[in-house]
Design a protein around this ligand. Structure first.
Ligand code: ADP
Length: 390
């Protein structure tokens, strides 16, 4: 193994997912894992996967700094004798200014803190983790990789709302998210499907967070997420697209304040709100409750609607790609999304779909299932920022 290692960190409110790569021409995965239940009221656990084996340890940590020192406590198992020379951080929001991976220092962290109101569920945790990592790995180059960056090629019409121009100038724009995932899928297409890489592609990233991206010539030309990660498709607990008049009604006639509405839209809606049962697609698929059926129906309906709209914007469609936990694993969602889409050139092979194989389309449009790998995108960005190792 290389003496120089890259650590990638993806911090959520109560978890940190991480991966360790050996630096090289292409980063090579060495270990991965996560710290889960990162809150004072729960038993926090560190899970490390290496060489096909898994190690789970109860740890005493209730913030990101504590979690990183627990990861360091496993240094021998995770890093061997090698040194972490670079750390890649997933940072959800880069605003208008951060359009590429960026070295994190006091100034860039301060600038990114100002974007916290635009991604309140993610950005503060991402940056808390950055600060903890600078303390834990003081000699390492720290790089931010932005979920918004991939979409900065959006044309104006997909970047704006029909509000007075001053709002656009102040940064009230449609940023789009899940950029690391879309970056990975397009790089995979360029590597393995050069004939399609210049084509008209819709990527559906369907997980607890869900969005779709229209890609032409390998660049984003449209996405379903907007100013925040609330817009577009319904998600595990987020509502997706909603008439803003509903929010006015809640404020003006139901006495709800901003915090109550934020909780409703971010945490109580989506699959969870519609089903009244759970945010989890696998559980919904196993349920006999008609509300579970309706929640899945709505999810599928919105994906189909966006697929039609994006195909129109792209001037046709050459490939539809499913990724994310639901996109990669739910044969039912893929089947229902593709059902009756032969007018667009989409039909799928039922047996191939049931097996989650890579190519499931049987007509003109390639329909593919490609597992995403956001960690590798971060590791590549760090690799590119570090001096080469030989
Ligand atoms: P996150 O956005 O948190 O990274 P994931 O990409 O891990 O989310 O996706 C989680 C979603 O994937 C959950 O709704 C889960 O139920 C769903 N999922 C995972 N495996 C399956 C499966 N075999 N069938 C249906 N849904 C699945």
């Amino acid at each position: 193994m290389s003496d120089a290692l890259i650590l990638t960190l993806n911090a959520g409110s109560s978890s940190i997912k991480f991966a360790v790569y050996a630096q090289g021409d292409e980063p090579a995965l060495h270990a991965s894992g996560q710290v889960e239940n990162l809150s004072p009221s729960q038993q926090t656990r560190l899970i490390v996967e290496r060489d096909g084996g898994e190690r789970a340890i109860d740890i005493d940590a209730n913030d990101h700094a504590g979690a990183l020192s627990s990861i360091l406590g496993q240094a021998e198992h995770l890093f061997g004798g090698a040194k972490v020379t670079g750390v890649g951080h997933r940072v959800v929001h880069g605003g208008t200014d951060f359009v590429a991976p960026t070295v994190l220092d006091t100034d860039t962290i301060a600038a990114l803190r100002t974007l916290e109101p635009l991604a309140p569920l993610h950005q503060p945790h991402n940056l808390d983790c950055v600060e903890a990592a600078i303390t834990a790995f003081p000699g390492a180059t720290q790089i931010a990789c932005f979920d918004t960056a991939f979409h900065r090629t959006h044309p104006f019409v997909n970047d704006t709302f029909a509000l007075p121009r001053k709002w656009f100038d102040e940064g009230v724009r449609r940023y789009g998210f899940h950029g690391l995932s879309y970056d990975f899928i397009t790089s995979e297409m360029a590597r393995t499907e050069p004939g399609l890489a210049g084509g008209r592609v819709v990527i559906a990233h369907l997980g607890n967070g869900a969005s779709m991206c229209a890609v032409k010539d390998g660049r984003s030309v449209g996405s379903t997420m907007g100013f925040t990660a609330l817009d577009g498709l319904p998600m595990g607990t987020r509502c997706g697209q909603i008439d803003p008049g509903v929010l006015l009604y809640m404020m003006q006639h139901k006495g709800m304040d901003a915090n109550q509405i934020a909780d409703l839209l971010y945490r109580q809606s989506g699959l969870k709100g519609l089903s009244g049962l759970t945010h989890d697609m696998r559980t919904l698929e196993q349920s006999d409750d008609p509300r579970a059926r309706e929640a899945i129906d709505y999810f599928v309906f919105r994906i189909r609607r966006e697929l039609g709209g994006m195909s129109a914007v792209l001037g046709g469609l050459d490939a539809l790609i499913f990724t994310g936990g639901i996109g990669e694993n739910s044969a039912r969602v893929r089947r229902e999304v593709c059902s009756g889409m032969d007018w667009l050139g989409i039909t799928i092979d039922e047996a191939a779909n049931a097996e989650n194989v890579r190519d499931i389309g049987t007509d003109r449009v390639r329909v593919m299932v490609i597992p995403t790998n956001e960690e590798l995108v971060m590791a590549r960005a760090v690799n590119a920022a570090l001096p080469a190792v030989h």
